[in-house]
Structure formats: C-alpha cells, structure tokens
Write a protein that binds this ligand. Structure first.
Ligand code: PLP
Length: 216
C-alpha cells in the first residue's frame, strides 16, 4: 500500500481536524512514511508493541489508544504523550501516582462507552461527570478530551452515537477548570471518520485507510 500517498489523501480529507495515525501491527518503516507525509501523531494499542518499535520511529506525538492494564502503567507513562483509553478511576489513580514519581503531568482522555455495551471498556455516559469530580484532585493528571469507540454497526448508523458524544463533550466542557481542560473529541475511524467530522469530532483515529488491512 502506498502509505505516503494515503496519508496525504487522508490529511487533505480531514482538513483542520486532527489526524491520529493508528499504527498497531505496522512496522516502523511504514510508520515513518506516514510521518514524512505530514502525520504528526501516532496511536498504538499495546504498550509492549510500541516499546519494541519506538526507537525506530521518527519524532512524533504518541497516543495510547488501547486498554491499559495496571501492570503496564509505569511503561505507558514513560512512553506516551497522551493516554486516550482511561476507562476507570482505579486506572487513572495509578497513572497519577506513576506520573508523580517521574515529575510528569500525564495528558489523558476519558474513554466513553457511548453504546452502553456490557463487554466494552469505558465509562458509561452518565458516569463521566462524577469521574471528573474525582479526577479534579489528581495533581499529575490533565484531562484534555473524551474518546469513544461506538458499537460495531454500519457507518451511517454510528452517526447517532457521535451525536450523543458531541452533546456530552459540550456539557463536560462546562467543567473546565483546574486540571480539567476538555477540548478534544476523539472519534471516527477509517470507515466513518467523515461522519464523525460532520458530527463534531476534533480528532479522528485512522489506521487501515492509511496502512491497508492489518495482518495479525
Ligand atoms: C484500530 C483502531 C482504530 C483504527 O481503526 P481503522 O478502522 O483501521 O481505521 C482507531 N481507534 C482504535 C482505538 C483502534 O483500536
């Protein structure tokens, strides 16, 4: 797949919306083609995979977009500029402790289980406000956004979930003070990023439309 051309194409399509290139299973040489084409943020789902690759990747901002286990928090705080996949208060409290140990303020997004799906990670939409209240006292955390992975439905049906996320985002921005600074709404992937942008995404996360189908 022509990664360089694909990246240019997607960057043009998303315009002023921030693009995160999702680079799980992609080797560093091909990630670097995307960066050379103008991508400035990459997203990885597994701490270990990114640790193995990171020395071979050109300078860029790095986001963790997959579920984070407590035993990987130390490495994640060392390696990632932003952790998008905050899905419990327990996790964010551990991250706060690790960040304090190394004198870092960790930038994070809260993951919202917008479809209220039992098997999915993330806060339920009606838990977000309480979570923000609890997080306000964590001095080594800064909440900069909300992220979601909507239910797996045909692209056009994701629209209603994106719309719900935008309403929640606008509501939670009212909470901005102290370490709460919500300004990013991360939603939309290869199949539905155009719809997400129409519904107010400020950041999209695109993998296969840039790198081709993933080989696991
Ligand atoms: C894999 C993944 C993406 C990108 O998916 P594509 O359909 O390949 O664009 C985006 N966000 C998360 C959290 C992912 O795991």
């Amino acid at each position: 797949m022509p990664v360089y051309e694909n990246t240019k194409f997607i960057l043009e399509k998303v315009g002023s919306t921030t693009l995160v290139c999702i680079t799980k299973t992609v080797e560093p040489e091909r990630i670097n083609e995307a960066i050379q084409a103008g991508a400035i943020i990459i997203g990885e789902n597994r701490v270990q995979e990114y640790e193995d690759k990171h020395n071979d990747i050109l300078p860029c901002e790095t986001h963790l977009t997959g579920h984070l286990q407590a035993n990987k928090v130390k490495k994640a705080v060392d390696l990632f500029d932003v952790i998008q996949s905050i899905d419990s208060l327990k996790l964010i409290r551990i991250i706060d402790m690790r960040a304090r140990d190394i004198g870092k303020v960790q930038r994070v997004y809260l993951q919202v289980n917008i479809g209220n799906e039992p098997q999915k990670y993330g806060f339920k939409p009606d838990e977000i406000k309480y979570a923000i209240t609890e997080i306000r006292s964590l001095r080594n955390i800064r909440v900069e956004g909300l992220m979601c992975i909507p239910p797996f439905v045909p692209p056009e049906q994701t629209r209603s979930y994106f719309r719900k996320m935008k309403a929640l985002f606008d509501e939670m921005k009212q909470e901005n003070r102290d370490n709460i600074d919500i300004r990013t709404l991360s939603m939309g992937m290869s199949g539905d990023y155009r719809i997400a942008i129409e519904e107010g995404a400020t950041m999209v996360r695109v993998g296969s439309a840039i790198f081709g189908k993933r080989k696991y």
